[in-house]
Design a protein around this ligand. Sequence first.
Ligand code: CTP
Ligand code: MG
Length: 253
Amino acid sequence: MTAPNSFYPSASAAQSAAKNFALIPAAGVGARLGGTIPKQYMPLGGKPMLQYALDTFAASTAISHTFLVVSAGDGYIDDFMASQPQLAGHVTVLRHGGQTRQESVRNGLQAIGERVRENDWVLVHDAARPGLNEALLNKLVDALQDDSVGGLLALPVVDTLKRSHQTSSGARIETTVPRDALWAAQTPQMFRYALLQRALEQAQERVSEITDDASAVEMLGLQPKLIEGSPRNFKVTLAQDVALAELFLKEAP
Ligand code: CTP
Ligand code: MG
């Protein structure tokens, strides 16, 4: 196993030159939300969901460029981009979506290899988290700029957690899981380009264990840093999440 610093023999020089790029996987269909169009294009507070994260990254001086991964057959993206002149020059659309989020991210990383350097940071962010704002983005970038591994926004768990098993009369509690030290992962998840690419390549054999980018990095034996996120940055997943997202988005960003 290689420690991350071995990628960058001169860590301080590499860090000062490193840029931040956003990579947004948006090749899902939103099956659980169950709308008539993919959820990233669904209107939220009058704007397509995808627009919120793209606008946040495009407006940030910390982000050099945003790469958006959509599926090859996406019939919405051209009209969407044409309707967003403020994104021109800030966003590149990559039609390299895969069967899973992990595959979309991996394909996206592969596709941008010529445009980013090994030690540049990549912030992977779900299109389905429209609540990311500039304050959260800056908090993450500032906290990790000199970190040797990288990390992610996450929220300390507040609910009491139960592990269950199925019985003939439905799910029953097997045990209560102590919640101290438990966090719920959000995005962006921010790692150096070469490290993240290597982590996701190696994780291909263990697809079912990888539910986010950080878990692939963890499999290399590294410990990503947890930066406290916000409830407003939750992932819009089910139909009932839409009203909550609109409430958060109405608040001051
Ligand atoms: N995603 C992707 N490629 C896939 C699957 C998901 O790029 N093959 C993206 C989604 O577009 C979304 C993010 O990964 O921005 C998080 O995934 P999720 O919330 O699960 O979105 P969907 O997969 O679209 O929703 P569902 O699982 O309900 O179908
Ligand atoms: Mg999904």
